[in-house]
Design a protein around this ligand. Structure first.
Ligand SMILES: Cc1ncc(COP(=O)(O)O)c(C=O)c1O
Length: 357
């Protein structure tokens, strides 16, 4: 069975050495030595100032809103994984959708501008499939309107924009380290915080708002990463250049074989790619479903990702309609891509697509 992705498992012996360390010191969670080691190594690897590791990407989004005291309305994209929007709703922030660019699949800055009102407090864009947003236009809009920017960078591990890590844009960027992601810690996530003064607050917020045994200054949640997860991250980090290189080969094979056959996501010319996803956009929903069925018959399972468009969620108030996102979400398939994807299987996938368009 071939799924859209396959979690990367690093060398078992190396992982066991970290587990031995955990058994020796008995420290399982609560800002343990491996979490701190991973934070330090990731900050160096990514070239970012402040990183706070957390239990998952969804918690990272929630902590970001709380760290910046976001209230009122957020302008966000309807074309994302549900957590981008549901995390706003659970924090009593109303999502207002700015429709996407149909080529880049990222939020369109022009639509952000159109939707700003006096109740808007934050912009929450997503670097969709690791494709860098128009960060400079978004920065300008935020500045002109005194808005915060929180990037959902769940897909954007190791993406550079004009020579520096894209995570350095915005007030906070949020990563997901779920097992299906390019870099993972089984479950996990991180906040990249650009204002040094906010880091301490975020650290209280991930630990129930507790400062020390005497003081609980913030309303927090439990969003701590544990030591076993950090151990996985430390192992993964050693292998990242190999993982990315192998994915790049898979990506380029698809690109070469399919670029004249189906629509591909237009990449930001100023940013690098991390090869974490390979979405194809088909003519219509019927063609999308028939290709999905043909692949499923060969035990190959691409994913309708992102589907459905988030403006169709029944719990969204006010009700909204984002035609571009709805249209794309009905005719997009994310193809299997991971370091060990067999070349022969990849050619079967390509042939099935070629024969069904
Ligand atoms: C764009 C996006 N945002 C947020 C998340 C949530 O991350 P997590 O699964 O780590 O909670 C995901 C996860 O798949 C995602 O793809």
């Amino acid at each position: 069975m071939i799924n859209v992705t396959k979690a990367y498992l690093p060398d078992k012996e190396k992982y066991k050495q970290y587990i031995d360390e955990i058994y020796a010191n008995g420290w399982l969670t609560n800002n343990g030595p491996l979490v701190r080691r991973l934070e330090k190594r990731l900050a160096e690897y990514l070239g970012v100032k402040n990183i706070v590791l957390v239990a998952n990407g969804t918690a990272a989004l929630e902590i970001a809103y709380r760290t910046l005291d976001i209230k009122g309305y957020a302008i966000t994209t309807p074309f994302s994984f549900v957590a981008t929007t549901s995390s706003l709703v659970t924090n009593n922030i109303k999502p207002i959708f700015a429709d996407i660019n149909p080529q880049t699949l990222n939020i369109d800055p022009f639509n952000i501008k159109k939707n700003i009102t006096q109740n808007t407090s934050v912009i929450v864009p997503v670097h969709v499939f690791g494709n860098g947003c128009d960060v400079e236009a978004i920065e300008q809009i935020a500045k002109d309107n005194e808005l915060k920017v929180i990037y959902d960078a769940a897909h954007a591990f190791d993406v550079q924009y004009k020579g520096q890590n894209i995570l350095n844009y915005g007030d906070i960027s949020v990563l997901s380290f779920h097992a299906t992601k390019l870099f993972h810690t089984i479950e996990g996530g991180a906040l990249i915080i650009n204002d040094d003064n906010l880091v301490e607050k975020a650290r209280y917020l991930i630990n129930f708002g507790i400062e020390n045994t005497e003081s609980i200054p913030e309303l927090g949640i439990n969003a701590k990463m544990n030591e076993f997860e950090a151990a996985m991250g430390l192992c993964m980090l050693d292998d990242m250049s190999d993982v990315i290189q192998k994915r790049q080969a898979v990506y380029e094979q698809y690109q070469c074989e399919l670029r004249d056959v189906v629509q591909l996501q237009e990449q930001n010319a100023h940013s690098t790619q991390n090869y974490s996803y390979f979405p194809i956009i088909l003519k219509n929903e019927a063609q999308t479903l028939s290709i999905q069925k043909a692949l499923n018959e060969q035990q190959i399972f691409p994913r309708r990702y992102f589907y459905p468009s988030l403006d169709t969620l029944t719990y969204i108030e006010p009700k909204q309609y984002s035609p571009v996102s709805r249209n794309i979400s009905k005719r997009i398939l994310a193809l299997p891509i991971y370091a060990e994807l067999d070349k022969k299987v990849q050619m079967i996938i390509i042939d099935i697509i070629r024969n069904n368009v």
